[in-house]
Design a protein. Structure first.
Length: 342
């Protein structure tokens, strides 16, 4: 079995003609890590994955694998496993033959291959489907075959580009769980591309946020969600209320502000409590309700501060007072530690 590998990227740049797709990307991907590259469309995630794979040469910078320079190493010599959006399975081969393919290329013995294929079919939960052709499998099953094929020869690194984008929501959730288990079982270093924030938070040991070819932050999910490095990261990872301290309607209120720099107070909506009267103590500001959207289990409330700054909260519908209508005067409060300055 190949050991999981550590990858180093130092000052990686990539240009297509005059267009800069990646700029000065420096990061280390630890052995056995599940690193997710997250960012909006066109931010350079796939390009970075292709540079890691060796299929796109970097225009600048160096890449290392376990400390060894691989910047010029061709893709086949890097030996990374890859799983892409389209599963790219061989349609005329069965599930088992698809998984066996890379092992045959490696020249392994028939006995060895049969044992490994059996192991992989079980690992991805396709026992009993080994003799089927891809066309007779569901999307999720095909995705598992692609995963099994990429993992069959125990690559040191597995690169995955939006592997679940073609799956419906339920199947996607199921595949995410399996992916997490497979990552734990194999201990392989995973580099995973997605533009789905929840998927990134659920799966990753760390998330790297890309914007316009630049790395904005790299940190574990909780840290990146609760302590985003900048406004882009904060807004990209979910709803956030950003209150300019000068215009937020804080006049005359003695708020406990978190340490840090920035002229805006940022708070995730789930940490903002709502009440009809001013709370006895703690950080609180008055708000006027401008709109309510009933979403079933939760209700979305659009509010404004006295300074006219919009605040959006989503609350369990059951927790809201009856007969709440636009125009209502409410208070929001939060624990001081839940806010941060941006
Ligand atoms: P998505 O989520 O839409 O897949 P992404 O973050 O993966 O986006 P990339 O595919 O890496 O983004 O593309 C980054 C930028 O580089 C885009 O503006 C794209 O048009 C450009 N680009 C990518 N490949 C090429 C190429 N071969 N030639 C020219 N421009 C390219």
């Amino acid at each position: 079995m190949t050991e999981a590998a550590e990858i180093g990227a130092s000052g990686i740049g990539k240009s297509f003609g005059r267009f800069t797709a990646l700029k000065d990307i420096t990061l280390t991907i630890g052995r056995g890590e599940f690193l997710t590259l997250l960012g909006p469309s066109g931010s350079g995630k796939t390009t970075f994955l292709m540079v890691l794979s060796g299929f796109e040469p970097a225009s600048a910078g160096r890449l290392t694998l376990n400390g060894r320079d691989i910047t010029e190493t061709p893709p086949e010599a890097r030996g990374f496993g890859m799983v892409f959006q389209g599963y790219a399975l061989f349609p005329h081969l069965t599930v088992e033959e698809n998984i066996a393919f890379p092992l045959k290329v490696q020249g392994r013995s028939a006995k060895d291959i049969a044992a490994r294929v059996k192991e992989m079919v079980e690992m991805v939960g396709l026992g009993g489907h080994g003799h089927k052709k891809p066309a007779s499998l569901s999307g999720g099953q095909q995705q598992r075959v692609a995963l099994a094929r990429a993992l069959a020869y125990a690559p040191p690194v597995l690169l995955l580009d939006e592997p679940f984008s073609a799956l419906d929501k339920n199947l996607r959730g199921q595949m995410q769980e399996e992916m997490r288990r497979i990552h734990q079982d194999t201990g392989t270093t995973f580099v995973f591309v997605t533009h789905d924030q929840e998927e990134a938070l659920a799966l990753s040991s760390r998330i790297a946020i890309f914007e316009r070819g630049q790395l904005q932050q790299i940190a574990p999910p909780r840290e990146i969600y609760e302590r985003p490095a900048n406004r882009f990261v904060a807004e990209f990872l979910g709803d956030i209320n950003i209150l300019p301290l000068e215009a937020g309607g804080f006049e005359g209120r003695s708020l406990r502000l978190p340490p840090g720099q920035g002229s805006n107070l940022a708070i995730r909506p789930e940490y903002m409590e709502l009440s009809l009267a001013q709370p006895a103590e703690g950080n609180a500001i008055p708000l006027r309700l401008s709109d309510l959207t009933y979403l079933g289990a939760t209700t979305r409330l659009a509010l404004t501060t006295a300074g006219g700054v919009p605040v959006v909260l989503q609350r369990p519908t059951a927790s809201l007072p009856e007969g709440l209508n636009p125009g209502a005067e409410l208070w929001t409060s939060w624990e001081a530690g839940r806010g941060f300055l941006l």
